[in-house]
Ligand binder design. Structure first.
Ligand code: XMP
Length: 521
């Protein structure tokens, strides 16, 4: 395992993902994780991430200098390198106004050994720093520089300490993966063993050990995570798996029916269907505030779930498709100034934003969350390995509160129908154009409180707009609006206007995230 200490960089999870791409297990920990705790994980290497602070700021995240004496190789990236210098006798300085280095910078290699071994004379690196290392202590040597940064990479072979001012994890750094591979394989002596198949075997074993002969309850949503989890659990415990699907009435066109049929008939995994449509829509009467909508849906979900699970008798285990991104966000490792527990601490809080299906701790279930160490794309790989059909494993993410948060305004049956029909057209056309798998998400949003004037068949119309939202993303945390070809958008627009009543205008959302979010509510 390669352990990453997070100093608040937006790239910390990306480092973990890159290491895992090298088939070596990697996890992100809060920078204040005590050395004793770190040792328990027996890491073969430690990476100190970047971070937004300046090492000399009063409240800047600090590190226990002992970390450099553990006889474990350490790689400091950006802020991590500066911390390494500050703690071992080097010096860091602000580069002065307008002197920071942000973006692409040509990196010249001065010594292509150890961490830079096998690399050519120069390549493009990705920089993002206002401070620079200006002096290195004895034992270290400079192994690369850029025009603005004389000390851009350093190494101390004897102590196995390495520092990079640039970000090897970012795609714009041309030889980034080679550098991380050098650290992982050559310096830390890790071997490429962490594969999806291994993960599945290990999880199955753990689930069996944990549950013994007891039943495990799973709330199925039809999404990639819970469906894949159902497959995994079914493989592990067979008919001891109890799946329950609560229909809130906010699913897509025909999706609830299809889910039940597919699981029951095709996969032979029985599902208890709970029709709670009326309860949910009643709860949303008169509600327009997005947070209030989410809160009410979340609470009602818990209520229905409690009632239904009681009917099933004593079940001690609850499985959830919690992902690594949820764990990281809820454990607060992002905000390095706050000490909120190390995320190795299994007490993962479910983020309030994505709380549907997130059940309160007082429910007394023992949680089984095999995916809590996985990224979304890794879950997709698990799905493939378990032969989950592509239409589930490649399914676009869908929010827990479903179509209810894609109606801007109060939710009612008629509006649900409109947004559901528009959504069905969008998905049909995008599949028809062969674009479904190349984008993260595409969907329709109904601006239910807005009307605009139009003309159809010589008649004036006054009806609602539909917004098309399509984004490209790696993990949903940041996203670019997708450049769907005009012809496809044209077809979508025509069909929506012609086939969906009460809609007379279609607009395309061209906002990235940030500053926008992917969903509108
Ligand atoms: P935002 O809108 O925050 O969404 O940019 C990021 C990603 O998360 C999905 N999303 C949710 N997923 N429960 C979920 O399981 C939710 O409540 C929820 N809200 C947003 C969203 O579709 C996007 O992929």
């Amino acid at each position: 395992m390669i352990l990453i200490l997070d100093f608040g960089s937006q790239y910390s999870e990306l480092i973990a993902r890159r290491i895992r791409e090298l088939k070596v297990y990697s996890e992100v920990f809060h920078y204040e994780t005590p050395i004793e705790e770190i040792k328990k994980f027996n890491p073969k290497g430690i990476i100190l991430s970047g971070g937004p602070s300046s090492v000399y700021e009063e409240n800047a995240p600090k590190i226990d200098p002992e970390i450099f004496n553990l006889n474990i190789p350490v790689l400091g990236i950006c802020y991590g390198m500066q911390l390494m210098m500050m703690n071992t006798g080097g010096q860091v300085q602000e580069m002065g106004q307008d002197k920071g280095e942000y973006g692409r910078a040509k990196l010249y290699i001065d010594s292509n050994q150890d961490i830079l071994s096998g690399l050519e004379d120069s390549f493009i690196s990705w920089m993002s720093h206002g401070d620079s290392v200006v002096k290195i202590p004895d034992g270290f040597k400079v192994i690369a520089h850029t025009d603005n940064t004389p000390i851009a990479a350093i190494s101390n072979q004897e102590k196995n300490l390495y520092g990079l001012q640039f970000h090897p994890e970012v795609i714009h750094t041309e030889k980034g993966m080679e550098i991380l591979a050098n650290f992982t394989y050559k310096i830390c002596n890790c071997s490429a063993e962490w594969t999806t198949a291994k993960f599945i075997d290990k999880s199955i074993e753990e689930i069996k050990n944990e549950a013994k002969d007891e039943r495990i309850l799973l709330a199925l949503s039809g999404g990639v995570d819970s469906s894949t989890l159902a497959f995994l659990l079914h493989k592990a415990i067979g008919d001891k798996l109890v799946c329950i699907f609560i229909d809130q009435g906010f699913m897509r066109h025909k999706e609830a029916e299809r889910l039940i049929i597919t699981f029951k008939d095709q996969f032979k995994i029985p599902v208890i269907y709970v029709d709670a449509k009326k309860r949910f829509i009643d709860k949303l009467k008169g509600i327009t505030d997005p947070e209030e909508k989410r809160k009410r849906i979340g609470e009602e979900f818990i209520r229905v779930f409690e009632e239904e699970s009681k009917k099933l008798g004593d079940i001690n285990f609850l499985a959830q498709g919690t992902l690594y991104s949820d764990v990281i966000e809820s454990a607060g490792s992002k905000h390095s100034s706050k000490k909120q527990g190390y995320h190795s601490n299994p007490a993962a809080k479910i983020k309030s934003h994505h709380n549907v299906g997130g059940l309160p701790e007082n429910m007394k279930f023992k949680l089984i969350e095999p995916f809590r160490i996985l990224f979304k794309d890794e879950v997709r790989k698990v799905a493939q390995e378990l032969a989950v059909p592509e239409r589930i494993s490649r399914r676009h993410p869908f929010p827990g509160p479903g179509l209810a948060i894609r109606i801007i305004g109060e939710v009612n049956e008629e509006r649900l129908h409109i947004v559901r029909m528009a959504d069905a057209i969008v998905r049909e056309e995008i599949a028809e154009a062969g674009l479904y798998n190349s984008i993260w998400q595409i969907f329709a949003v109904l601006l239910a409180e807005i009307k605009s004037v139009g003309v159809m068949g010589d008649k004036r119309t006054y009806a609602h707009p539909i917004v098309i939202r399509a984004v490209k993303s790696e993990d949903g945390m940041t996203a670019d609006w997708a450049k769907i070809p005009y012809e496809v958008l044209e077809k979508i627009s025509n069909r929506i206007i012609n086939e969906v009543s009460n809609v007379n205008r279609v607009v395309y959302d061209i906002t990235s995230k940030p500053p926008g979010t992917i969903e509108w509510e």
